[in-house]
Design a protein around this ligand. Structure first.
Ligand code: SF4
Length: 67
C-alpha cells in the first residue's frame, strides 16, 4: 500500500491522525496532514483505509500494490 495526500485539499480536521496515528500526523503551523509512513505495514492498512474514507477533504489517496 502506498499512501499519498493532497495537502491543498486537507482541511486540518485531524480525523486521520485519530484514526491511524502510525500513518498520519499534523504539522504544527496549519494542522495539515503529514504522512509519517507512506508504505505502512499490513496491520495498519485497515486503519489507513478508514482514515481515507472518513477524511472530510478527500485528501487521502491509497494505492494498493496487489499484496
Ligand atoms: S482527515 Fe483529511 S482533512 Fe482531516 S487532517 Fe487528515 S487529511 Fe486533512
Amino acid at each position: 500500500m502506498q499512501v499519498e495526500v493532497d495537502r491543498d485539499k486537507c482541511v486540518a480536521s485531524g480525523q486521520c491522525v485519530l484514526t491511524a496515528p502510525e500513518v498520519f500526523d499534523q504539522d504544527d503551523d496549519e494542522g495539515k496532514v503529514v504522512v509519517l509512513d507512506d508504505t505502512p505495514a499490513p496491520a495498519a492498512h485497515g486503519r489507513a483505509r478508514q482514515a481515507a474514507a472518513m477524511c472530510p477533504g478527500v485528501a487521502i489517496s491509497l494505492r494498493d500494490e496487489g499484496r
